[in-house]
Design a protein around this ligand. Structure first.
Ligand code: ZN
Length: 242
């Protein structure tokens, strides 16, 4: 079985279309969504539509939570807050209900999916270092946990004796006796300096996780953000992957 895990699409339909095309080429059996369909980008409705129709498992992101009215954007920066309130105003009853109904954490097949951290999923903290990962491994039972939220792809690995390592995105073979927290990166707003969309393929039979990068039509996504009257910075950052 091969799974594609996608996250942090953030209303970027151009990026999602390019990633969907890549997923088709990869011959994937199931698609898993790790949260944040909306926020920042200009196509929240269209992105929700695609996620609803293709995702076999899905969890709630913090932007999904605020857009649906589950919580207020009290901790959002000014650009994020402006974009999420704009998004909230665009959602119809169906989209709102879909986002509101997403689970915070899902355990499916042989893995767990959560947007921020398995330890405290609704605190929306970032997991960016091996020491943080170490605190999170006891918080889930499966061997693998897929996360998003930081938009920075990486594989955090823990051996049976508690040894830790961080693997850069690429082809990551899954070793016997090791457990993994995989940040799958962002489809719609990468922040690791590479503007291309990022997602992962998990091959359960051959036991590897592969991070893939996909170029997409950045300028169309930028034009839509400007055209919608959203903060220009949200358009500019897409070109730089920040
Ligand atoms: Zn995000």
């Amino acid at each position: 079985m091969r799974f594609a895990v996608i996250s942090d699409i953030h209303g970027n339909l151009e990026a999602l279309r390019a990633v969907s095309e890549s997923i088709r080429r990869e011959g994937v059996d199931r698609i898993v969504f790790a949260g944040d369909a909306v926020g920042y980008g200009a196509d929240p409705l269209e992105v929700i539509e695609v996620v609803k129709s293709v995702a076999n498992a899905a969890v709630l992101g913090n932007h999904d939570s605020v857009a649906s009215g589950r919580e207020e954007p009290t901790y959002f920066n000014v650009h994020a807050a402006e974009a999420i309130l704009w998004t909230r105003g665009r959602l119809g009853d169906d989209e709102r209900a879909f986002l509101k109904g997403l689970d915070v954490s899902v355990t499916w097949e042989d893995f767990t999916v959560v947007h921020s951290t398995p330890l405290n999923p609704l605190r929306w903290s970032y997991l960016l270092a091996a020491e943080e990962a170490a605190k999170n491994f006891p918080a889930f039972k499966s061997r693998l946990c897929f996360i998003g939220h930081s938009h920075v792809p990486a594989a955090y690995c823990m051996g049976s004796k508690g040894e830790l390592s961080v693997e850069a995105p690429g082809l990551v073979p899954l070793k016997e006796g090791w457990r993994y927290i995989i940040n799958v990166g962002s489809v719609g707003q990468p922040r690791d300096g590479d503007p291309r969309s990022c997602y992962v393929v998990y091959d359960a039979d051959r036991q590897f996780v592969e991070f893939l990068r996909v170029a997409y039509d950045v300028s169309s996504a930028q034009e839509k953000i400007i055209g919608a009257g959203l903060p220009p910075f949200l358009a500019q950052r897409l070109a730089h992957g920040i």
